[in-house]
Design a protein around this ligand. Structure first.
Ligand SMILES: [Zn+2]
Length: 87
């Protein structure tokens, strides 16, 4: 984990938990309460490589039906070109 933000150079990074969206081929896995460090200034989030490896491994297990996820959600999908125009 970095001591300073690679984007803005701010050195105040706060430990937090966040929702992580992992993409693998065309499949997505949402993981809740993932530990990270968040930049107090720009909001950039940093994850430990061990945390990311666990998520990747879990996603692989779910994709190959070796593991059942906690739950499924329905997700709305939009193409930017099809967005309703704002008044
Ligand atoms: Zn930053």
């Amino acid at each position: 984990m970095p001591g300073t933000c690679a984007f803005c150079g701010n050195s105040h990074l706060t430990p937090k938990t966040t929702r992580y969206l992992h993409q693998r081929h065309n499949e997505m896995l949402i993981v809740e309460d993932v530990p990270c460090l968040e930049c107090d200034f720009c909001g950039e989030q940093y994850f430990d490589v061990g945390v990311l490896k666990r998520i990747e491994e879990d996603h692989r297990a779910i994709a190959s039906h070796r593991r059942q996820p906690a739950r499924y959600v329905q997700v709305a999908v939009e193409s930017f070109e099809c967005l309703a125009t704002q008044p």
